[in-house]
Design a protein around this ligand. Sequence first.
Ligand SMILES: [Zn+2]
Length: 345
Amino acid sequence: MLEIEDPDREVRPLLALLDGSRTVAEVDRAFHEQLPDSGFDVPEAITQLDEAGLLEDAAATTTLTRYDLERFKRNIGFFETYADLSTAKYAAQEQIRDCRVLLLGLGGVGSYVSLSLLGAGVQDLRVLDFDKVELSNLNRQILYSEAVIGERKVEAALGRLQEYYPGARIEGVERKLSAPADLDDIVADRDFVFCAVDRPKMHVIRWVNDACVRAGVPFIGGGVELQRSIIYLIQPGVTGCLECWRLSNADDETTRSLRAQMEERHEGNTGVGPDLAAFGPLVSVLNSLMVTEFVRHVTRIVEPIAAGRLMETRFEDMSTHQAEQWERRPDCPVCGDRAALVSAP
Ligand SMILES: [Zn+2]
């Protein structure tokens, strides 16, 4: 609850004038016509009300269609809680609409993320996978049903996604990644990349890092690590990249041994045990962490929380906190000073 003191009885008449039908100058004039003896600074009071998050511009226009306004009405209602006189309630929805996204992987994370992105209002989505649907996918891969077991994921997903949001441009790429160059043509025209692929383990995220940094395209990655969900956001030219993280870890004894254990576990994939752990509810938590971070990054209604940081959410108590943080390294072979010199034209 908010209380505004009004000892001189000037705030109430001002609020009555702020009904969306006048400009600031017109409000000022009308106020002093009503209270000619008042020395109240109307523009300053309006600025203060705006800074308190109490005002929005009733004359704000939008390029959203009538269909968009209806389909995304509840999103816009949410974004309106962040609107002020300089940022219209429609702005965030327009920014999401205009963001061209690449989603790598249509497994558990990709299933949730693809649907969430279309629900958020992304209209240009490219998806990539190479796998077929299996029965053991269905504990978490909500894009698919038993009817499509054995089918290509890209094909099955495209049907489902296009049905969910017919107005979106959705493109499927069937491709198995084997080197950073496999990503160049599909990253080049994108504004944002989601990395939801995990094979081959430990290699693929480095390829994605390499391709996205070279193209200057921000990306978000993460995964379900046994009993926790982790995410990180890489903004080329702003944060350090994944290679910077590896270099930082190499300098640090604790994280070095942790990383060695992780890599050992990943490389020694025996087909049984914890490596096969992928618990559906944690995967959907991961989706929420990734897509809300994407919305923060694209709209800036608030700042991203995982830029250059590894954030973890633990199953035990659902607490979310920073597990690691790293800076850009001038000696990084991917985004460092020398890398920039080498790739400069
Ligand atoms: Zn780097």
